[in-house]
Design a protein around this ligand. Structure first.
Ligand code: SF4
Length: 273
């Protein structure tokens, strides 16, 4: 197999939404989007990225002064973070790893994710734990939807399979010792934490392996069908390649701090506040 890919949540989501879009975007690397993002969208995206960088500096141990933050909205987010810091309850002995990536093998491919913040340590009973924090500057999302997101499933699976890279003597984390917390600037007092279990991981990993196998089949046959769900086409910049311009357009979801495959790819999936 000479088509080894590094699969991020974007690639997985694209492949499952529409195999043709996956081919055009990730294999043929056609430019996206065709037209620039609206000015407000670009500004919101930039603020989100700046806030992530601010928290990265904070967790690297650098002092952040309010006066050094020029943007009023980011100042407001920083104040909210200081008032409702979701990490403060973790043990002082825990290790804080901001903007940390992890790659694990998945069939013929690699699975990749980058965490806004990974915290590792030992709980009160001496068991190693891993806790990921994800900062969201867009609209809050309910727990049930977050649970289903590929971002959630990917991060939890990555840590269960490859988290030992972050622990001495390469001890793996039991799935029950892995958590993911989403913290929304718009609801700072109500972070959402999602746990994991051995049973969930078995199901999750099995599905990921099946997707990798589907991907191999698509490569072998070199067939990349158009989606039958035309709703996906509304947010797609490739309508003209598929003759689906008549479906209408919608502003795609934007996430300000996901892992880009190319320097510009993080502009491609906006999540608006
Ligand atoms: S327009 Fe629709 S069918 Fe064509 S690539 Fe985009 S999502 Fe797929």
């Amino acid at each position: 197999m000479d088509h080894r890919l590094t699969l991020s949540q974007y690639k997985l989501t694209n492949f499952l939404a529409c195999q043709r879009r996956f081919q055009l975007r990730s294999l043929r690397r056609l430019p996206w989007p065709a037209s620039p993002l609206p000015e407000r969208t670009e500004q919101v995206l930039q603020q989100g990225q700046d806030f992530h960088q601010l928290l990265e500096r904070h967790f690297l141990g650098l002092h952040i002064s309010l006066a050094s933050i020029e943007d009023g909205r980011i100042q407001q987010w920083w104040r909210a973070f200081q008032a409702h810091n979701p990490v403060q309850h973790l043990l002082p002995s825990a290790r804080f790893l901001p903007e940390t990536g992890l790659t694990v093998p998945l069939g013929n491919h690699l699975l990749y994710g980058r965490f806004d913040l990974l915290v590792t340590g030992e709980d009160d009973e001496g068991r190693p734990f891993a806790h990921v924090f994800d900062w969201k500057t867009g609209k809050p999302i309910i727990a049930a939807d977050l649970q289903l997101r590929w971002q959630t499933r990917l991060y939890l699976a990555l840590l269960a399979e490859g988290g030992s890279a972050f622990w001495p003597q390469a001890v793996p984390f039991a799935p029950e010792q892995i958590r993911l917390t989403y913290w929304f600037v718009q609801e700072p007092e109500a972070p959402i934490t999602i746990g994991y279990s051995t049973t969930e991981h078995a199901t999750n990993w099995n599905e990921l392996q099946q997707i990798a196998a589907q991907l191999d089949e698509a490569f072998t046959a070199n067939i990349w069908p158009l989606t039958e769900d035309w709703n996906h086409c509304r947010e797609c910049a490739y309508q003209i390649y598929c003759g689906r311009q008549g479906v209408g357009t919608a502003v795609p979801e934007l996430d300000e701090a996901e892992e880009p495959d190319t320097p510009n790819e993080q502009l491609l999936t906006p999540e608006l506040p």
